[in-house]
Design a binder for this molecule. Structure first.
Ligand code: NCD
Ligand code: ZN
Length: 437
């Protein structure tokens, strides 16, 4: 099967080429020039930009166990709508993905339900290091240092250091850490007991909560030469911490909600914006942008954490933490190109090449001959107001509702197959589990 994307702006790592791109047997066969491939389907991409499909290395697709919030089909359709062609799913499902059996059954669910490519994390329990070392094909290990949705923490201090040391010492896998200090969280919860303002979320889980846990993880990783990845880095203090450790063994990601909202947005959106780690100050947001622009943070991942709107509106203490994002991250970043925050190559670096490099994903993340034809075709000039009603995620809402965004994916290809066109899902073909280098 051959397809030619005609007359496009082809976004390569260092340059943009103008011309055609040939897809053959699911791979990128030829990039650039005028391609005449007999028998190929031709798709006119004049004035459109062709990017590698986005790799979202942090999603919660909720299956098994919480399918009323999201499942592999709805989550992956939301991904396609947003130009995302690969997702890595987190283990805080029900049951948690922490054993060989639960990994196997989640894999079966993803294979059956996912329209995009996928990778799976195993959760660390402190007792499953052998399972972790023996598991085939996982993208990494997830460690929750602080309590969050679907993750209770029994004894915050004693077991944690031992677990981290064991992981860094005894496995070569990427250890992806949710870095928030449980002891401080518990103390602050007592302080704000009885208060109902959503703003207290950012005080209970303040920047010291994040920094303390991140520093602890960094120190143990350094000591035992481990491979640490800090999830959803959100504070200026953590950026400064990471700046001291520039080697490839310590990496981090930023989530889009920490780039596009600050604490002042609680006033309008309330508990809808409750997530862990929480929203931060303008100074923190500026530091995150700076670190992404100068390349010291290599990637963005959404932490797509769908909950139903009615759950989110329960009031501060009962509202679950987490916001959806898989559908919106590419449009938001394309908009930031118009705002002159990033250029298009930086967007591709942060959403495609960065995650592929950090996790060692094979054959993905850039437009290169021989790589998988996972592609997003974008219309940089399309203006659209974001509406909850248009959301594909089962949760049915987005924190970006009402925002005007310029730059949208209009086609998404997975493995050379057109899956999304103008917001509609046009194929039911399933994605594949990623391979690692
Ligand atoms: C996540 C969820 O809902 O699964 N929530 C969140 O606020 N980020 C869990 C998590 O990643 O902490
Ligand atoms: Zn998460």
């Amino acid at each position: 099967m051959k397809t030619v994307l005609k007359n496009a702006h082809l976004v390569l790592p260092e340059e943009t080429k103008h011309g055609d791109l040939l897809i053959e047997d699911g791979l990128i066969a030829t990039i650039g020039g005028s391609i005449d491939a007999p028998g190929a389907e031709e798709i006119d991409c004049s004035d459109k930009w062709v990017l590698p499909g986005v790799i979202d290395a942090h999603v919660h697709f909720r299956s098994p166990g919480y399918e009323y919030k999201e499942d592999w089909e709805t989550g992956s359709k939301a991904a396609l709508a947003g130009g995302v062609t690969t997702v890595f799913d987190m283990p805080n499902t029900k049951p948690q993905t922490t054993t060989a059996e639960t990994l196997k059954s989640k894999r079966a669910l993803a294979r059956k339900g996912s329209l995009v490519n996928f990778g799976l994390f195993l959760g660390a329990t402190g007792e499953n290091i052998d399972v972790i070392n023996e598991a085939e094909g996982i993208v990494g290990v997830k460690v929750y240092m602080g309590q969050t949705t679907g993750q209770e923490i029994a004894d915050p201090d004693e077991a944690l250091d031992t677990m981290l040391r064991d992981l860094f010492e005894r496995t070569h896998r990427v250890i992806a850490v949710h870095a928030e200090d449980e002891t401080q969280i518990r103390k602050h919860m007592k302080t704000y007991k009885g208060e109902e303002f959503p703003e207290i979320h950012s005080l209970i889980r303040n920047d010291s909560v994040a920094y303390t846990a991140a520093r602890r993880a960094v120190h143990i990783a350094k000591k035992y030469s481990g491979r640490l990845h800090i999830c959803h880095l959100s504070t200026k203090k953590e950026v400064a911490l990471l700046a001291k450790y520039t080697d490839d063994n310590i990496t981090a990601e930023v989530a889009p909600h920490h780039l596009f909202f600050t604490v002042s947005d609680y006033a309008q959106r309330g508990t809808l914006l409750k997530m862990n780690p929480p929203l931060r100050s303008h100074a923190d947001v500026d530091a995150l942008w700076e670190a992404l622009i100068d390349g010291s943070i290599p990637m963005i991942a959404t932490d797509h954490a769908p909950h139903l709107k009615k759950e989110k509106l329960r009031g501060y203490w009962d509202a679950p933490a987490g916001v959806p994002g898989v559908e919106m991250v590419l449009p938001l970043l394309l908009d930031s190109v118009h705002e002159k925050m990033l250029d298009i190559h930086q967007v591709v670096s942060l959403l495609c090449e960065g995650p592929a490099r950090v996790y060692g994903v094979k054959n993905k993340g850039r437009l290169r001959e021989g790589y998988d034809a996972d592609l997003a075709v974008v219309d940089m000039d399309m203006m659209r107001t974001v509406h909850n009603e248009r959301v594909m995620s089962k949760c049915g809402w987005t924190p970006y509702d009402g925002m005007d965004v310029r730059g949208w994916p209009i086609m998404t290809f997975v493995g050379g197959r057109l899956m999304m066109e103008n917001g509609s899902i046009v194929s039911g073909h399933n994605g594949r589990e990623v391979e690692l280098v």
